[in-house]
Design a protein around this ligand. Structure first.
Ligand code: FMN
Length: 189
């Protein structure tokens, strides 16, 4: 599969099988990340690989984070929200939490550190797709909760920018409509 084909045929896959992802495939996905472009070569990306029982680490972090923002954790509604977060990491056999650890160098714009990590994530999604896997980049407010960053040992400036849920597709991905690029393009020749 050439790069353009991989880019065009990759779709977000939210529902995957529980079959484990082979170690070498996971390692290839990780390796593809660090070839992303990165101004000043600060290498701001961090990867936390969660598989098998390791996914409990994320479940605990998600539950701690959600509880912190609740006034009363014993209401029926909140109990359900807690239960949902407890289960969320088990929706895929492999979850990679991708973090950013921004440089302290004044010359390095913060937005460029996030840009580099986003480019790394796209590499990972494309490598997963080219390996026959399905993946979804998930966030939500909880992803950016300081407790989540802390749970992975990130600094106060660091944060998790996405959870990649990866596995073999259980369902055909939904078709998405893309507006033709000409709508967003102005040419100056
Ligand atoms: C920064 C970012 C955060 C995202 N977070 C979520 C999410 O929390 N839940 C979700 O269902 N999809 C999430 N997505 C995936 C998008 O919904 C998906 O890319 C979009 O629907 C387009 O589908 P495609 O990836 O198949 O082109 C996220 C994508 C990005 C780039």
């Amino acid at each position: 599969m050439d790069v353009f084909e991989a880019i065009k045929t990759r779709r977000t896959v939210g529902v995957v099988k529980q079959d484990p992802v082979p170690r070498d495939v996971t390692e290839r996905i990780l390796e593809s990340a660090v070839w992303a472009p990165n101004h000043f070569r600060t290498e701001p990306w961090r990867f936390f690989v969660l598989e098998g029982d390791g996914r409990n680490k994320l479940a605990t972090a998600l539950v701690d984070a959600i509880k912190e923002d609740m006034e009363d954790i014993t209401t029926e509604e909140n109990k359900k929200r807690i239960e949902k977060q407890q289960k969320n990491p088990f929706r895929a056999p492999l979850v990679i939490a991708v973090g950013v650890e921004p440089s302290n160098e004044p010359k390095v714009p913060l937005k460029e550190e996030y840009a580099a990590v986003s480019a790394a994530i796209q590499n990972m999604l494309l490598t997963a797709h080219a390996s026959g896997l399905g993946a979804i980049w998930r966030t939500g407010d909880i992803c950016y909760h300081p407790k989540i960053a802390q749970s992975f040992g990130l600094s106060e400036r660091g944060e998790v920018v996405g959870f990649l849920y990866i596995g073999y597709p259980a369902k055909e991905p939904k078709n998405v409509k893309k507006t033709d690029v000409s709508t967003y393009t102005k040419w100056f020749s």
